[in-house]
Write a protein of this length. Structure first.
Lengths: 278, 196
């Protein structure tokens, strides 16, 4: 609203909206003093404005005690977070909060706060991603993989018998249609899946195994891409071989104990299957 | 108004153990810190609309849980406060609809239970009671607009966002609400004077 100096006399009626903006201190200094001048000359309006100011103060006073009370325990934010963690199935975000707040054990480093996903687009995670984020992803996946490989019963969160659930659950997390790829042509059986979290972003971890080598599983991890398209490249972390590529907004990592040739073959087998879904 | 009594703010606790992703974890921490500092105001707004303090706090609880679910869509530097009020308002709208459905006239004029033991002077208390009762008789939207702006100090734009209405409607509702409240509380303000 621009008022030329010419019109800013004490006689031009002030719009109602401006009177309230004056009461609420939401006007700039110039307009404020113009209104003051007007009010000096118009005692009816001045009285009304004064009533509004009093009313504002009185409401604040009348309600102040609520805000001064100690916060009841059921509204304690830390507690609410813990409750949520305990009950939440949607724990990707939860782990992010937990990482920032609760410093829980060994997983903390990998769960420190995260921004991802808004309506299916990986927003800040992708924007803030550093060049090293792919390396971090590979580090984390290798660590998880080594840790979970030792497990027998809990190697996966959801077993292969619930593939349909896995597909909808992890598809939801990744905001995409997800079909568990079939690697039987390479002799691999699907064991099941778990959800990992790396830097606050969900990572779908699909686990396969060769019959008889249950403790040397193969992981296919899918998460949001941290960078542009990237052709497959090999990497190794301790004794775990990895191959990773980025396509169409998603990053893919295959990890396991095998020679690079086998890994390359698995990637070749998987890429068309995944590309069709992406 | 004195600052709300909070234990050590969340922003100062935690993450000593984290050694990476600092920026983002700091952002989460800041958002959670902001959320925590908003809790007293959320309770106040809730209590002003829903007189039953348990129900009011319950609404705040749901609001916080929902906010935690939406944490990843919030920005530390941005709109955390208005997002919280928007969530809370949605919840309260439902609560009030239910309450209106159940309540017979008398139930709406419950007095404020005063948990802090804060005892205003009798005359003062009478005035406040009168004012709050006047507030109760405002149409719902006017009441919200008046509270969000007068008490919670939201800007007009923020209020529009919280209530999902236009800024113009906010102004109209504010003007009408204040004027109505002024008239029902005609005895409230002292003699007229010139605004300093």
């Amino acid at each position: 609203m621009t008022h030329s100096a010419f019109f800013r006399t004490a006689d031009i009626p002030i719009p109602e909206a401006d009177l309230h903006a004056y009461v609420d201190g939401q006007l700039d200094a110039e307009r404020t003093s113009a209104i003051r001048r007007y009010l000096l000359a118009h005692s009816d309006t001045a009285r009304r404005v004064r009533d509004y100011l009093d009313q504002r103060d009185a409401l604040r006073v009348a309600l102040a005690h609520v805000a001064m009370e100690p916060i009841p325990i059921q509204l304690d934010l830390q507690r609410l977070i813990q409750q949520r963690l305990a009950q939440q199935h949607r724990w990707s975000v939860w782990r992010a909060a937990a990482g920032a707040l609760l410093a829980i054990g060994l997983t903390t480093a990998s769960m420190t706060g995260g921004w991802f996903l808004r309506g299916g687009i990986a927003v800040p995670a992708a924007l803030e991603a550093k060049a090293s984020s792919n390396d971090r992803l590979l580090d984390e996946i290798a660590d998880y993989h080594a840790a979970y490989a030792r497990e027998t019963i809990h190697q996966v969160e959801v077993p292969a018998s619930e593939t349909a659930h896995i597909e909808s659950w992890l598809g939801d997390r990744l905001h995409r249609r997800l079909q568990v790829p079939d690697l039987s042509s390479r002799g691999l059986e699907f064991t099941g899946a778990r959800l990992l979290v790396v830097d606050g972003a969900p990572v779908a971890d699909l686990v396969y195994h060769w019959p008889g080598r249950e403790h040397q599983p193969v992981a296919l991890c899918i998460t949001f891409a941290s960078g542009p398209e990237e052709a497959p490249r090999l990497a190794v972390r301790d004794d775990i071989q990895q191959i990773s590529w980025q396509h169409n907004g998603y990053a893919y990592v295959i990890a396991g104990w095998m020679n690079p040739t086998t890994l390359q073959e698995l990637a070749n087998e998987l890429m068309p299957q995944l590309g069709m879904q992406a | 108004m004195p600052p709300p009594s909070l234990a050590r703010p969340l922003a100062e606790r935690s993450v000593e153990g984290a050694d990476s992703g600092r920026d983002r974890s700091n952002q989460t921490k800041n958002i959670l810190g902001t959320i925590e500092t908003c809790i007293p105001a959320l309770r106040r707004y809730s209590a002003a609309l829903v007189r039953d303090r348990d129900k009011a706090d319950d609404a705040v609880r749901h609001c916080l849980l929902q906010a935690l679910d939406k944490l990843h869509t919030m920005r530390a530097d941005g709109d955390v406060k208005s997002r919280l009020f928007a969530i809370l308002h949605q919840i309260l709208a439902k609560t009030m609809r239910r309450q209106r459905f159940r309540s017979v006239t008398g139930a709406m004029t419950v007095q404020y239970p005063n948990e802090t033991g804060y005892k205003p002077e009798r005359k003062e208390a009478g005035r406040q009671d009168h004012l709050l009762r006047g507030l109760d008789h405002l149409p719902e939207r006017q009441r919200s607009v008046v509270l969000l702006i007068s008490v919670e100090n939201l800007t007009y734009t923020e209020t529009a966002t919280v209530l999902g209405i236009s800024s113009r409607t906010v102004m109209e509702q504010l003007a009408n609400g204040r004027e109505r409240l002024r008239q029902t509380n005609a005895g409230l303000s002292p003699e007229s004077g010139i605004i300093a």
